[in-house]
Design a binder for this molecule. Structure first.
Ligand code: IMP
Length: 208
């Protein structure tokens, strides 16, 4: 079996390989420089994951690799949902600080600063939030047949950033049952409880 992981992020590939391992050949977008750029403009994580995996699988179906049996595309979309902000930043997590008219993502520090600004009058006990990750898995031989896997990690947004590891909103997020942020806990602890780990664990239960 061959899985194209719809990312250029080496971190994600490593995490997926670690959890799924086995006899799977993993490819990434770095192996397909001509792959189309898919814009993530759906209004749900699932919509974006389905769109990314579906469009890439349709493109891959026209490539020589499609002659192999058992070629799949895996795409994920993830982000942070804050209850006091009615689920924002949600699908806009990567570009939260930028205006919706600009296309690019915003630096992590700016996204974190905006989040703290919007929550400045909200006490810690009301700063409940969760990271969510949705994975879409699509066979190249039948690009309309997506399987969906969902993972969430609940926690709280802190009053100020702590810790230097990780990325994105990690310095502001303390997962439930812990006293340290994801950025203080570090990768190996985070990977045991993260939204992505939970979605991948769902995926790994599927008989391949
Ligand atoms: P994507 O799914 O890779 O597009 O991630 C979207 C955005 O959500 C990232 O740019 C981060 O801002 C945020 N995000 C997703 N997962 C995490 C995480 O594990 N830690 C911190 N931020 C995250």
């Amino acid at each position: 079996m061959t899985i194209l992981i719809a990312t250029r992020n080496a971190h994600k590939v490593q995490e997926i390989r670690q959890i799924l391992g086995g006899n799977i050949e993993f490819l990434t977008l770095r192996d397909f420089p001509d792959a189309p750029e898919v814009s993530e403009d759906a209004d749900t994580f699932e919509g974006n994951a389905r769109k990314k995996a579906g469009e890439l699988a349709a493109w891959l179906a026209t490539e020589p690799i499609a002659k192999q049996r058992d070629v799949f595309v895996m795409a994920d979309d993830s982000g942070l949902e804050v209850d006091a902000l009615n689920g924002a930043p949600g699908v806009h997590s990567a570009r939260f600080a930028a205006s919706d008219k600009t296309k690019g993502n915003s630096p992590d520090a700016e996204n974190n600063a905006k989040l703290l600004r919007l929550l400045k009058d909200i006490p810690l006990e009301k700063r409940t939030a969760r990271f969510r990750c949705v994975i879409a898995f699509v066979p190249v031989r039948d690009v309309n047949k997506a399987q969906i896997f969902d993972g969430a990690c609940a926690g709280r947004i802190q009053l100020e950033p702590h810790g230097g590891q990780g990325f994105g909103y990690d310095p502001l997020f303390v997962p439930s049952g812990f006293t340290k942020t994801f950025a203080e806990l570090g990768e190996s602890e985070k990977n045991k409880i993260s939204h992505r780990a939970k979605a991948l664990a769902q995926f790994a239960k599927m008989p391949l």
